[in-house]
Design a protein around this ligand. Sequence first.
Ligand code: HSE
Length: 438
Amino acid sequence: MKPIKVGLLGIGTVGGGTFRVLRRNQEEIARRAGRAIGIAMVADTDLDKARAAVGDFARVSADAWEVVGHPDIDIVVELIGGTGIARELVLKAIENGKQVVTANKALLATHGNEIFAAAQRRGVSVAFEAAVAGGVPIIKALREGLSGNRIEWIAGIINGTSNFILSEMRAKGKAFGDVLKEAQALGYAEADPTFDIEGIDAAHKLTILAAIGFGIPMQLSACYTEGIARLTREDIRYAEELGYRIKLLGVAKRTAQGFELRVHPTLIPAKRLIANVEGVMNAILVKGDAVGQTMYYGPGAGAEPTASAIVADLVDVTRMHTVDPRHRVPHLAFQPDLLSNLPILPMDEVETAYYLRLRVDDRPGVLADITRILADLAISIDAMVQKEPGEGEQQVDIVMLTHLTREKHIKAAIERIESLPVVRAKVTRIRLEALGAS
Ligand code: HSE
């Protein structure tokens, strides 16, 4: 059979990895796909870099439009990133009847509804395994492997950079800024690292996971997003003393009223497998009604792990070429006209447990005042520790864990606690997820 010709848009770290993996495993890949798959054209603004990466094996061009319009190209792989020119190129490729593979989570979380609708109309596929958790085949698992289940919740460590920072802060007591620099040097961080540390990259990925898990449109703007920049070494240590680890978690949960969609630092019991995922590794826990909990673990970033997902998509798309478009796996797992319109819940209505750290004067009655406020708002305390004051200090840290309560109640409690004269600093609040069987 005629080989499949791929046009690559952008040959940075991931593009280079894709080229290498395709060449190294070409025989095996052809046996799986039923025909050879090769990169025929590469577009990059840096022509020297592109030529150095692909040698004589592919034509190099500075014009990405030439690639998406070229009659020889069957599949366009978009690795430019961002939501501007990448969106236009992907839409053009679709219009030209090309199959598309992309690793661009920001693009899909922001414009996925438009892109998938265009692909559906044109009868082409947009494959995006590499957009979430790098080399971990979570899209395939959720969309196909678990399609017999009603998905109840998804909880994932889906930003390797944040996890690397938290792991280094906990294990080596390093400061936040130092570890961030290391993550950038190692090539894990996004071009704009605030996407990693402010939880935005994780929100992009969670938006995609929620869509295919629950059969809802992409709703990035409804995703509550809080990053790790304000976490301190003290909170990481106190959490550990109480038997928890702090992770940047993306949580998507089905409730009777709607879906929760949130990214924030989270205490997780240290005994859970996912609490022990360290460094740049990613892990996603999925709870299905039939299968129970399953966990998917692996490298969430890096050249060849991400290339592994891209090449898998190339094989999938190549196989699908022979299938009638109406009988392909739907982009968002559910048929496009049957998506749910159950809302994403406002954050105030979300229910979790909380870790609270309070800096207070060390004198009688302080605790009574605080617990009175919590009791008035029906917030029940699960555990509490008062730390020893430092040498000559008149103030102490009180650390509390609450049982489940609504976000709006904890917000009201914190406001009242912070107005007490004995409370000397802003209350630190971190959400806690038990991630147990229910
Ligand atoms: N910056 C991302 C991360 C890379 O740290 O997980 C993969 O999307």
